[in-house]
Design a protein around this ligand. Structure first.
Ligand code: CTP
Length: 220
């Protein structure tokens, strides 16, 4: 229907950081605020989609209450929530900054200073995007994000193929884009390795352009 191109479509989006517990009061996290993923959720809702948002701790929230939100904290919880929803989704967009590693043995008591170096063993978290890429069916569209500090385009193309995505949104972390910022500057990369640069603009406008690209080029 004109104006509501995502009407009847189910869109799964994840956003924000994950917190990986070290002990009851400490965690390993990152600087993600969830702004880009939440902007995507809001814009997908405006385009008529039924949106499910899986949101990490300390993230911003959507302005509308029409978006179903599942709050999670760790990467393993994020994985369980995403896998539970993915089967039903027409489009999945993984914008969350999931911790690649978690402490191997989080302890139940607060760690006390011992006067000697503290070693924390880390184990790798599952790659949620890659898992969904494996499970993906013909008519599902899977979109990943990439954050690279060097060889961005080359690494993002490799990531797209490795994780079986239809589109990768390459972020460039600078003062006016990336974590915490209200604006962003990204490059979209599709399976034919076309590269579409979206110049610096608000995250809401970037979200609109990402969704328009999905609607017009990825047959949803
Ligand atoms: N991602 C994920 N599960 C993880 C790590 C990342 O699903 N455990 C997803 C992110 O949500 C994002 C994409 O993978 O959509 C890219 O994340 P990024 O951190 O740039 O890449 P990595 O896969 O972690 O690769 P590398 O560490 O080699 O850069």
């Amino acid at each position: 229907k004109a104006g509501l191109p995502l009407r009847g479509k189910k869109v799964l989006i994840n956003a924000g950081p994950t917190y990986e517990p070290i002990d009851p009061v400490r965690f390993i996290g990152n600087h993600s605020t969830g702004k880009m993923g939440v902007a995507l959720a809001e814009e997908a809702h405006k385009l008529g989609a039924e949106v499910k948002l899986i949101l990490g701790p300390n993230s911003v929230l959507p302005k509308t209450t029409a978006i179903a939100i599942t709050r999670i904290s760790t990467a393993l919880e994020m994985q369980a929530a995403c896998e539970a929803e993915f089967g039903d989704a027409d489009i999945a967009i993984l914008a969350a900054a999931i911790a690649d590693y978690r402490p191997a043995n989080p302890v139940t008591e607060k760690i006390k200073k011992a006067g000697s170096p503290l070693k924390i063993e880390l184990v790798e978290n599952p790659d949620i995007l890659a898992g969904l890429g494996k499970a993906k069916s013909e008519n599902q569209v899977l979109v990943g994000f990439a954050l690279e500090t060097n060889n961005g385009l080359e690494n993002a193309v490799a990531k797209l193929h490795k994780k079986n995505c239809d589109l990768i949104v390459l972020n460039t972390p600078t003062a006016v884009s990336g974590f915490g910022s209200d604006t962003n500057e990204v490059t979209l990369i599709d399976r034919k390795e076309n590269k579409i640069k979206l110049e610096l603009k608000s995250k809401a406008h970037i979200a609109q352009e990402i969704l328009h690209h999905i609607i017009h080029n990825l047959s949803v």
